[in-house]
Design a protein around this ligand. Structure first.
Ligand SMILES: [Zn+2]
Length: 586
């Protein structure tokens, strides 16, 4: 049983939630008196063949599509809701194939036409409850197809920290018994563990996904993996062994499949791996928006649109912690990159794009996944990823398939989802411009239909998930520090023996205190207050300097939080009035 006694209380609050939500939405549009919906006269995109079917009427009864016929052939029943779609384009609802679902992202996804997600690792009880709530329409947001707990990994309670194939088999069976939609292995998985997980998945007729590191892409494909997240493990399989050995020694394996190692790839080695992947029907999730977050040339534009989105007053429920991560958490360090690092990142990006392009040209199927929550906001990142894939010269049809039918097939939901066809669940997006001509036309989205009903695309600041996700530190045992203040906040140029006081929460003795890119010596430590010494040579140039933490231990990741200290030309603002200091001190 998934629900215990506590579910009765939760159930009652769900009913209240649904009633309040339904009531509010009824005000904004006339309520149809039957459960029939007709989308009239639109051009339907057959995402499998790439054909456009103009002037079609789509009839939906309840949750399912019952007819797709040339316009005029349907007698619209009285009371049916009619959506006029002449001159518009009707596509299946979009998927995000790499979601880390959080309790604030349901409305965000629906707003951007994302009606289904593959959840790539979460708290088991929470994600299974949310999946059920979404199917029963007790929660507003995309359908969720979860992998349950990730097999292999040490980051937190969403992962099985398995050390042997036997443990991996046991973990896989626990997930399967709980009813997950696919399995996923993480970077600590060796090829033996990948093989064990693949066998268990296949015995249960499920597919195995993976974020690779300790087993490279070739090894994982030979071990039976069915999809590769972040294009991980490709660098290890396509970098000349001598170059790779040197690089791994330097990085101690930290950089995995993300970011830098791809700069060392030898594109001559791509074709062999691509042939193996295509022969074995292994899907590729390029995840450019996540892996190269902050590095691709479109970042300035996306950063601005994400800032605008996050400042929408109706989205004031977005947790500050996550919003900050979208703008400060990158797969590389420092940010912004030094010119030398930037050059390497662009080389890596070019190789990453080339591999994905060649993979699709050879007949491989891609998955459009964002790795929200921390590398990107849910919803909008799907549009951005689609544009970045087009920038990589992947054909628009292949991209649209990667966001519709490919994931539906991957999680064995293609009888229900992934195309606009009779018998399928009526999850559809209506666009005023054709995304097949120009992928950026996904931005012309006008209407989102899910569960056979037009969904509310307006954000509401009272949006609440009926079962909020329990708070846990992002990376398990490595608490993410929160800096509330750094004092002094300004010092005159040429100051010597400066000691700064950093106050906040969840400081960890393993954290590194950074002044821009330079690590400071810690003079005193407590979980809420650190003092650190700033060397004199860092104070000889005026400017504004970022003080932040890098979490310690094996995973080095910039904190989402920072404060800035100014080094001024020396004039000091007198804060005293009649000898009394009036300004507020932290
Ligand atoms: Zn992920």
């Amino acid at each position: 049983m998934r629900y215990g006694k506590r579910s009765l209380v939760v159930g009652l609050s769900l009913v209240t939630f649904v009633l309040v939500t339904a009531d509010r939405r009824a005000l904004s549009q006339a309520q149809p008196t039957s459960d029939t919906l007709v989308v009239r006269g639109g051009t339907v995109l057959d995402v499998q063949q790439g054909r456009l079917l103009p002037n079609m009427d789509i009839v939906v009864q309840g949750e399912r599509i019952t007819q797709v016929v040339p316009t005029g052939q349907v007698n619209t029943p009285a009371g049916a809701q009619v959506i006029e779609a002449t001159g518009k384009f009707v596509l299946p609802g979009l998927w995000d194939t790499h979601a880390h679902t959080r309790d604030y992202d349901g409305a965000l996804n629906i707003h951007f036409g994302v009606t289904s997600t593959m959840d790539m690792g979460n708290l088991m009880d929470w994600i299974l409850s949310l999946q059920e709530a979404r199917e029963k329409q007790m929660s507003f947001g995309p359908r969720i197809f979860p992998d349950g707990m990730v097999i292999g990994g040490k980051l937190g309670p969403h992962e099985w920290n398995v050390k042997s194939p036997e443990e991996a088999r046991w973990a896989a069976r626990q997930n399967i018994a709980a009813g997950v939609s696919f399995l996923k292995v993480y970077q600590e998985a060796t090829c033996e563990i990948v093989k064990a997980a693949a066998e268990e998945a296949h015995n249960a007729s499920l597919n195995l996904h993976g974020h690779l590191r300790d087993c490279d892409a070739r090894g994982a494909v030979l071990a039976g993996i069915d999809a590769i997240a972040h294009e991980s493990g490709v660098a290890a399989a396509t970098t000349p062994p001598a170059v790779l050995a040197q690089n791994l020694a330097r990085n101690k394996g930290e950089s995995g499949g993300l970011g830098l190692p791809e700069a060392l790839e030898d594109p001559e080695m791509f074709d062999d791996l691509i042939k193996l992947m295509v022969d074995r029907k292994v899907r590729l999730e390029p995840n450019i928006v996540g892996v190269f977050h902050g590095a691709y040339p479109q970042w300035d534009k996306y950063e601005l649109e994400q800032h605008r989105l996050s400042r929408d007053p109706s989205l004031n429920y977005l947790p500050e912690m996550y919003v900050r991560m979208w703008f400060t958490d990158f797969t590389f360090h420092p940010y912004p990159p030094t010119p030398e690092l930037h050059e390497k990142l662009l080389k890596a990006l070019a190789n990453h794009q080339l591999f994905a392009r060649k993979f699709v040209a050879a007949g491989g199927k891609i998955l459009v996944g964002t790795d929200n929550y921390y590398h990107a906001p849910a919803g909008i990142a799907v549009w951005e990823e689609m544009e970045l894939l087009a920038e990589a010269q992947i054909p628009n049809l292949a991209i649209l398939q990667g966001a519709t039918i490919n994931p539906a097939i991957f999680v064995h939901q293609d009888k229900n989802l992934g195309t606009v066809e009779v018998g399928k669940l009526a999850d559809m997006d209506i666009f005023s411009k054709n995304p097949l001509n120009d992928i950026a036309n996904v931005r012309s989205l006008e209407t989102v239909i899910q569960h056979g009903k037009v969904q509310d695309r307006v954000f509401h600041s009272d949006y609440r998930e009926p079962i909020p996700r329990p708070y846990l530190p992002v990376n398990g045992q490595l608490p993410r520090p929160y800096i509330s203040s750094v004092q002094p906040s300004a010092v005159p140029i040429g100051t010597s023996t400066l000691k700064i006081t950093i106050k906040g929460q969840d400081f960890n003795a393993l954290d590194h205190v950074m002044w821009q890119d330079v690590e400071l010596k810690v003079a005193s430590f407590s979980p809420t207050e650190i003092t650190a010494v700033v060397p004199d040579e860092l104070l000889c140039r005026a400017g504004t300097y970022k003080v932040q933490m890098i979490t310690g231990g094996r995973v080095r990741q910039a904190s989402y939080n920072f404060q800035e200290v100014m080094v001024t030309f020396g004039r000091k603002f007198d804060q005293r009035w009649n000898g009394q200091k009036l300004s507020i001190e932290f």
